[in-house]
Design a protein around this ligand. Structure first.
Ligand code: SF4
Ligand code: SF4
Length: 250
């Protein structure tokens, strides 16, 4: 099949239906391409890779993309530990470097799938498209959650099962019939409120994340952004990192 590149303008709001497990049947060829893709990504520096069944979870203009690939790279513990009271130069540099590596892995995934004749769209690791709500084209956290890599904490951060919030994410949406991973929507914050108490912008409202609810219920993106903007003057990048460093999951 000929190589196809799809471009999209804008994004409608994403409606998420509660599910607990993907029920999609998988053929032998799904398994083969899924295994090949995951293996290649791990061999090239990914620390976590999951496949989401996005059927029913994408807006109309993205509806042909019924699979999402979630790719994570772990952030170095020694650098994150130092950011517990605020960002450092090393943290700012790590943030830039890891985003760049993730975008390369996403492009790499797209190349593999496009060569097989499938369409893909790369959601960059750090690119705001909706400047009012501080959102990208499609939420990395939705792809990661539906891929079974983890859950979303009170901080609105994605908390991976393996490394807690000490990761960065990138996503690729595709129509390739990849085999989806099982997922759980369980929130594991329990009684912890460490991120709520320590957030310098009072951006974390203290409510537990519930699948399908708007992010605004738990998180004030504008309040967080005001801290990030202030930090950009010092570090050249919009970073903070306190809610990442303080979370007991790691
Ligand atoms: S990044 Fe900083 S300001 Fe934003 S929510 Fe986390 S702790 Fe608060
Ligand atoms: S710091 Fe505590 S409340 Fe915040 S996301 Fe992590 S576990 Fe949840």
């Amino acid at each position: 099949m000929a190589k196809r590149i799809i471009r999209f303008k804008g994004r409608k709001s994403v409606s998420l239906e509660p599910e607990t497990k993907s029920k999609t049947a998988c053929t032998h060829s799904d398994e083969k391409i899924t295994t090949k893709l995951k293996k290649t990504l791990f061999n090239n520096g990914a620390d976590l890779v999951g496949i989401a069944d996005l059927t029913g979870h994408v807006p109309y203009d993205l509806k042909k993309f019924n699979r999402g690939i979630s790719i994570a790279i772990k952030l170095a513990d020694n650098i994150i530990n130092e950011a517990i009271h605020g960002p450092t130069k090393e943290y700012a540099q790590l943030y830039v470097d890891v985003n760049s590596k993730l975008d390369k892995l996403a492009s790499f995934s797209s190349d593999i799938l496009q060569k097989e004749g499938f369409s893909t769209i790369h959601i960059p690791a750090s690119k705001i498209e909706n400047t009012k709500k501080f959102l990208g084209k499609y939420p990395h956290k939705t792809v990661a959650t539906l891929s079974g890599l983890g859950w979303i904490g009170r901080s609105a951060l994605f908390i991976s099962n393996k490394y807690g919030p000490r990761i960065r994410l990138v996503s690729v949406l595709t129509d390739a019939p990849l085999k989806p991973d099982a997922f759980s929507l369980r929130n594991k914050c329990n009684s912890c409120k460490a991120c709520v108490i320590n957030c310098p912008g009072k951006a974390i409202k203290g409510n537990k994340w519930v699948f399908k609810e708007e992010r605004e219920k738990i998180f004030d993106a504008a309040a967080c952004n005001s801290i990030l903007v202030a930090n950009k003057k010092l570090f050249g990048v919009k970073v903070c990192g306190i809610c990442v460093a303080i979370c007991p999951y790691r």
